[in-house]
Design a protein around this ligand. Structure first.
Ligand code: PL3
Ligand code: FE2
Ligand code: FE2
Length: 241
């Protein structure tokens, strides 16, 4: 009786402890991975095209922005390889819909020449989202994907940093637009996270941990841009109200 009880306990621990690695070959893992992998591939692809657009908005930094954009293409290829390695076909239609609202907001801002909004969407929100997701994923990824993701996450800090520095240098004149763009787009990040949290859970990525990592990257960057605690708190609240 006692032996049975302790066996059950061991099984439970194996299944529910989030630091245990998932079974990368199970059907449920591959099914969830088909959407998460697609989201990441689509995110990298859109990031590439967003950086090319940013190069047009900030011609004096065009060379640097194109260089940053090319990194995104490499990231995309890396994540395509991760899917292939697990014999998973990414669900690209799902990912296109997943990004559509944020993508439309970026395109609209680009067409209107709203550089601040474009930088907030790509460099602050999307890059913080990527950094948080990749950090959490690295802890529970298969060895091949872990190696790829570790390389990618280093680059994402350069992307975050670019936006941060530009916004910092222009803060006085862009603050109002920054606040407005944040109010419109941070809630989209929150609902995107909600939308993939069940799939992420199957990959052993904890939702609270994802939110925590996101908030760290996001708030750190706002602090670096030069906003004060009250302004940062006000901006972060846009995610919950
Ligand atoms: C820009 O460099 C990259 C844009 C990608 C954004 C991806 C966000 C991913 C959220 C999905 C949550 C878990 C994924 C982790 C797995 C690789
Ligand atoms: Fe990237
Ligand atoms: Fe990036």
């Amino acid at each position: 009786m006692q032996a049975l009880a302790s066996t059950n306990l061991a099984v439970e621990k194996e299944e529910f402890t989030s630091d245990a690695l998932p079974d990368f070959t199970s059907e449920s893992y591959k099914d969830a991975y088909s959407r998460i992998n697609a989201v990441v591939i689509e995110g990298e692809q859109e990031a590439y095209s967003n950086f090319l657009d940013l190069a047009k908005l900030i011609p004096e930094h065009a060379e640097e922005l194109v260089r940053l954009g090319k990194m995104e293409k490499k990231h995309m290829n890396g994540f395509c390889a991760c899917g292939r390695n697990l014999a998973v076909k990414p669900d690209m239609p799902f990912a296109k819909t997943f990004f559509s609202r944020l993508h439309n907001n970026f395109i609209e801002a680009f067409k209107a020449g709203n550089t601040t909004t474009c930088l907030l969407i790509q460099c602050i929100l999307i890059e913080s989202f990527a950094i948080s997701a990749y950090h959490v994923y690295i802890r529970v990824a298969d060895p091949f994907a872990k190696r790829i993701t570790e390389g990618v996450v280093q680059d994402e800090y350069l992307h975050l940093n670019y936006g941060q520095e530009w916004l910092k240098a222009n803060l006085d004149s862009v603050k109002k637009e920054l606040m407005k763009a944040n109010k419109e787009n941070l809630p989209l990040i929150k609902s995107m996270l909600d939308e993939v949290s069940n799939d992420a859970e199957i990959l052993h990525m904890d939702k609270e941990e994802l939110m925590e990592e996101f908030m760290i990257a996001y708030q750190d960057s706002l602090l670096e841009i030069g906003l004060d605690n009250r302004e940062i708190a006000r901006m972060a609240l846009a995610a919950v109200i």
